[in-house]
Design a protein around this ligand. Structure first.
Ligand code: 5GP
Length: 201
């Protein structure tokens, strides 16, 4: 039966080094119904990061201006930098039926889950704290101070797990991705997002 669909808001969180980014990139590549909500941040770009693709990298002044304009759905200070989800990245697209993916921290996820009751929330866990530590050291994107900060914050982030609907442990990437796809595909079929069109021949 023909149907129209309402866009899904998919919130994904997980400590730095869980492989969350790889899972997200794969989902966005494989499923064109998803668009990524590009956040704003006051963090400095990493070498490989592209302005307006990975983030809208902005100054503290620009961030303050967006706050004053009430441009954010949620915003938070994470690992000593400021991040925010722009309303303009989310609502219009959902109205058009697109699924929107947010990669945000547990503070931001808490706000979104409260505001958007129909959102789907997934927390990506590392197989162990030891593996998380190893991954953060080998990926080599942060300096030792930043790695220590991110590892310290990981414990607090994992304690927020119960606020999420789903947990995926990223031990094997293939298995974790399969689990993420199962969640997403089941959620797409929820009756609150799926509207059949009854046509008379
Ligand atoms: P990174 O600096 O490694 O790109 O991201 C650090 C953390 O900030 C990650 O947990 C990521 O999910 C989170 N983050 C990225 N964008 C946003 C956002 O717009 N809002 C919030 N609350 N967290 C974000």
């Amino acid at each position: 039966m023909k149907a129209t669909r309402k866009g899904m808001l998919l919130v994904i969180s997980g400590p730095s080094g869980t492989g969350k980014g790889t899972l997200i990139d794969k989902l966005l590549k494989d499923d064109p119904s998803f668009v990524f909500s590009v956040s704003v941040t006051t963090r400095k770009p990493r070498d490989y990061e592209v302005q307006d693709v990975h983030y809208h990298f902005i100054s503290d002044e620009e961030y303050d201006k967006l706050l004053a304009e009430d441009a954010f759905i949620e915003h938070a200070t994470v690992h000593a930098n400021r991040y925010g989800t722009l309303k303009s990245e989310v609502y219009e697209r959902m109205e058009k039926g697109q699924n929107v993916l947010l990669d945000i921290d547990p503070q931001g996820a808490r706000t979104v889950v409260e505001k958007e009751k129909e959102c789907v929330s997934v927390f990506i866990l590392p197989p162990s704290y030891k593996v998380l530590k190893e991954r953060l050291h080998t990926r080599n994107t942060e300096d030792p101070v930043e790695i220590a900060r991110r590892l310290g914050n990981a414990k607090g982030e994992i304690e927020q797990l119960q606020r999420y609907q789903y947990a995926v442990v990223n031990d094997s990437l293939d298995l974790a991705y399969e689990q993420l796809l199962s969640i997403v595909n089941a959620e797409k079929q929820r009756t609150n997002r799926y509207f059949p069109v009854v046509e008379e021949e």
